[in-house]
Design a binder for this molecule. Structure first.
Ligand SMILES: C[S@@+](CC[C@H](N)C(=O)[O-])C[C@H]1O[C@@H](n2cnc3c(N)ncnc32)[C@H](O)[C@@H]1O
Length: 275
């Protein structure tokens, strides 16, 4: 079954639609924030000379950031709408350059993944838990990292029963228009209130987080992140120690991580052994 059919049958979130809407909000500040986030987590100033693979490129913003930092980039996504968004950014920012390839493909398709070759940096942020086979997807992602290369993963944190509850919310959201409207009506007010509480606690203007100038982490947008969270299905989770053990068994060591005690993603950067 194709991604489009899976979306029509309520088995997959329409990521491409959310990313298309996100691109309308993209500005230079967000592109700069995306570059900054990559530099910080990879602990580099530049990616000049590096081969960068973006697995599940979504909007294409992080591929764009890697390209602007000097890498030659290969981006792919399973969802045709996400691929179209990444191509839009490619064409908008890199008209004459051919060192950024954008294509459609699934990280679960072993033949496709093998055909990609190996990369100095493999980036897959918030993707592999949305494939329907997270551990198979992580295994395939590991195989694309060159010796001494880095693997940057962000995977939803396992919150036990809370995560199981959210999985049902996401399933309902993707089930069709009534489910989408019901889940939005139930949870969007809760997200707004949560943001308001945080802003008031830190004496911040509550409207700033929704403005065009908002510089959220990785250049993303608060409102689009709500829908990505509400609808992001298929949905799997992992504890950081499960990820360490799985990736370490494939010849990697952990270099850096930021973990959460909540429902977001744990971010981990691994390095593959040289030999
Ligand atoms: C939450 S978005 C993250 C996008 C991007 N990596 C980012 O950091 O903004 C998840 C993306 O993973 C893609 N995806 C889901 N399953 C996939 C698969 N099997 N192969 C490649 N991409 C996939 C979705 O289409 C979507 O664009």
């Amino acid at each position: 079954m194709s991604a489009t059919e899976e979306i029509a049958q309520g088995q997959r979130f329409d990521f491409g639609r959310n990313w298309t809407s996100f691109l309308d909000t993209l500005n230079d500040g967000k592109v700069a924030a995306a570059e900054e986030a990559l530099r910080a987590m990879l602990a580099v100033d530049s990616l000049r000379g590096k081969r960068f693979l973006d697995i599940g490129s979504g909007s294409g913003l992080m591929s764009l950031a890697a390209h602007r930092l000097g890498a030659s980039v290969r981006s792919f996504d399973y969802d045709p709408g996400s691929v179209a968004c990444t191509r839009t950014l490619h064409d908008r920012y890199c008209v004459a350059e051919d060192d950024w390839i954008v294509e459609q493909g699934s990280v679960l398709d072993e033949r496709f993944v093998r055909s990609l070759g190996q990369f100095d940096i493999v980036y897959s942020w918030g993707v592999l838990h949305h494939t329907g086979n997270m551990w198979g997807a992580i295994d395939n992602a590991c195989s694309t990292v060159a010796p001494n290369g880095q693997l940057f993963l962000a995977i939803y944190n396992d919150q036990g029963r809370k995560s199981a509850g959210w999985k049902q919310v996401k399933r309902l959201y993707c089930s069709g228009r009534p489910g989408r409207l019901a889940m939005s009506a139930l949870f969007i007010p809760y997200f707004v209130a949560d943001g308001l509480k945080e802003d008031l606690t830190h004496l911040r203007n509550p409207l700033t987080r929704y403005s065009q100038k908002a510089r959220s982490t990785r250049g993303m947008s608060a409102v689009h992140d709500w829908f990505d969270w509400l609808g992001g299905f298929p949905f799997e989770v992992a504890r950081p120690e499960q990820l360490f053990a799985f990736v370490r068994a494939r010849g990697f060591t952990l270099e850096r991580m930021t973990t959460t005690s909540s429902l977001g993603c744990n971010e981990l950067v691994f390095r593959r052994s040289a030999g």
